[in-house]
Unconditional design. Sequence first.
Length: 262
Amino acid sequence: FPGSPRSGIPGTVGKNKGATRGGKKGSRKRVIDPFLRKEWYDLVAPAHFTERSFGQTLVTRTTGKKIASDSLKGRVYTINLADLQGDENLSYRTLKLKCEDVNGKECLTNFYGMDFTTEKLRSLVRKWQQIVECSVDVKTTDGYILRVFGMAFTKKQPRQQKKTAYAQSAQLRAIRQQMMKVITEQCTSCDLKALVVKFTSEAISKEMESAAQRVFPIQNVFIRKVKLIRDSPSRVAVLAAMHDSTKVAEAGRTVERKEETA
C-alpha cells in the first residue's frame, strides 16, 4: 500500500495532522446568535391618525457598505384601522403603510393601500340580492395614481312583497356609472393626505349611496379596496406634510378669550 514502510511509494500518513477525526482542537467555527447584530426601529404612522406609533421592526445594524436605513425603506406593513384610530367599530378595515424614510430610530410611513377584512366582506354577501362593483384609476392633486374599488348591494324597495331584490342590467350600469363619477370627483379634487381621511371616515361611500339611490335602492356601500399604482414625483414633500403634526396640534389647542373692554 502507498505510504506503508515496506513500499517505496511516499504516502501522506503523518503529513496532515489536522486530517484526523475531529480535526484540530478548537477549529470549529463559533456560532454567533444573529439577533445580536440586529436593532429595533419604531414604526410611525402619518399625523392624521390618533395612534401614531403602531409597532417595531427589526433590521441588521449598519456594517460596511450595507446601511440599515436602506434595508428599511420600501418595507410594507399591514395594520388594522381600529388600532390606529382607537375605535373598535373600524376593525373591518386594514391599511398598508410603506416605510418611505428613516429619522433616527423612527420609520416614517406613508399610505400604500387599503382593504376589507375577509369576515366583513363575507358577512355582507347574502342571498336574494345583487352586488355592484366598480374600479377607477384616479390621480390626486399631488401626483399619486390610485386604483379605487367600490362596492354596493341592492335592497328591497319600501313595502315590497317580492322576495328578491334584483335590478335590471341597465339599472346596474347606471348605478356603476354614478359610483365611478363620485369616486373620480372626490379623489381628483384633493391631495393624498385629505383623501386618506375621506377613505377612513367613509365620506366617499356616503356620497356614492346618495347619488346611486335615485336609480335603485342600495345598501352597504363601501370603498372596498385601494391600491397605489404610482408614487408622486414630489413624494419627499408629501411625506413631510403627512407627518407634520403642527396643524393637528393647533386644531386641538385651546384659545384664551380676550376680555371685552367697556
